[in-house]
Design a protein around this ligand. Structure first.
Ligand code: PLP
Length: 384
């Protein structure tokens, strides 16, 4: 099997599985308890906080563990909005993941005004449009780090500069689920107040996420309870998941040159496809450009449906995704494709190949050969 659907989820690292098992078998104590065994568990959680923080040039006490990336996004956006004084404006980038976009209804219920910031044709936030929407009433802007479908890297630092200029005092939330550890970001230097990550996208387990909260930012918790995680996320922590997350982050952060290696694999696949498939369309920024994330390639195969390609590739032992992996079972155009005004055929024929730290160049090569074979097989049956 060649697994190229790493933006949907990644294979947990052996060391992460080992760390989780060790927590479940040996260190299963409640980290809030007072005895030594519990303190040991708390120390292990703190080690994970330190690894996440260090990868983002943040401080360990800024890391709040959550149940997933989705929850981290909700805590950031709704937790901030609940503390607004009166009615404010919240700007969400139109190409966001549903974890962000679908907070709009709850924001409206909190009497906040929500506006979507449009994207360019390459799926990047339109900075001119953002600038026109910014004013003193804006309380929060949410702009993801890397788009989960197209791999478009968003100009987070430029967004932050615009905010400081036109909406000083507004918070910047960044959904970093697809960018964390693959596109470097210094949260302080980039002026990011809130940053969401998820363990299962970086070779950790599902069901663990974290929100990195800048000093001085006040949020209302989403859950009422025992006040764990500095009062921001009640509920006994998923200590096994957190230990595994920590192990995965430590390992990934130590892989020197990993983003370049991911980029080489992606470009090899892209070059092979471009050479052999006439009319291949790239969805998102040019793959070789700095505006494209190193690990995601989203292309449309003219005349062959994305689902047909995905199943044909599966039969060849290559696993990849169509459209948005988080909602690939839903019909219709995804938010990212709508936001960049992609033609319908492109959305229907889109295949997303996403690389992880465990892939190899040989796999990229084999996947390209398989994709060309699959395309040739089905291109004759195209709809007229
Ligand atoms: N944000 C982005 C950009 C994602 O790609 C995903 C998952 O695909 C999420 C948020 C949700 O993360 P989780 O699955 O941990 O809830």
């Amino acid at each position: 099997m060649i697994y190229l659907d790493n933006s949907a989820t990644t294979r947990p690292l052996d060391a992460a599985v080992f760390a989780a098992r060790e927590m479940l078998e040996e260190n299963w104590f409640n980290p809030s308890a007072l005895y030594g065994q519990a303190v040991r568990v708390e120390k292990k959680m703190d080690a994970c906080r330190a690894s996440i923080a260090s990868a983002l040039s943040a401080k360990p006490d800024q890391v709040v563990f959550t149940g997933c990336g989705t929850e981290a996004d909700s805590l950031a956006i709704l937790g901030a909005a609940e503390r607004f004084r009166g009615n404010r404006r919240v700007l969400l980038f139109a190409g966001e993941h549903p974890a962000v976009l679908n907070t709009a209804a709850q924001l409206a219920a909190l009497s906040q005004e929500v506006e979507l910031v449009p994207a360019t044709d390459e799926g990047v936030i339109d900075l001119d449009a953002l600038s026109a929407l910014l004013n003193e009433r804006v309380g929060l802007v949410s702009c993801m780090h890397v788009n989960n479908e197209t791999g478009a890297v968003q100009p987070v630092a430029q967004v932050s500069r615009l905010l400081q200029e036109k909406s000083p005092g507004a918070l910047l939330h960044v959904d970093g689920v697809q960018g964390f550890l693959r596109v470097p970001l210094d949260l302080r230097a980039a002026g990011v107040h809130l940053y969401a990550v998820s363990a299962h996208k970086v070779h950790g387990p599902k069901g663990v996420g974290a929100l990195i909260v800048s000093k001085g930012v006040r949020l209302s918790p989403r859950l009422a309870g025992g006040g764990q995680e500095a009062g921001l996320r009640s509920g006994t922590e998923n200590t096994a998941g957190i230990a595994a997350f920590g192990e995965a982050v430590r390992w990934a952060a130590a892989q020197e040159g990993a983003p370049e290696r991911l980029r080489r694999m992606k470009l090899l696949l892209f070059e092979r496809l471009r050479e052999s498939i006439e009319g291949l369309r790239v969805n998102g920024p040019a793959p070789e450009s700095g505006g494209a994330a190193p690990h995601i390639l989203n292309v449309s195969f003219p005349g062959v449906g994305g689902e047909v390609m995905v199943h044909a590739l599966e039969a060849e032992g290559v696993l990849c995704g169509t459209g948005a992996a988080c909602s690939s079972k839903k019909r219709g155009m995804s938010a990212a494709f709508c936001a960049m005004r992609a033609p319908r055929w492109a959305a229907e024929s889109a295949v997303r190949f996403s690389f992880g730290f465990l892939n190899t160049l040989e796999e990229a090569e084999e996947a390209a050969e398989a994709a060309v074979r699959c395309y040739r097989r089905y291109q004759g049956f195209q709809r007229r």
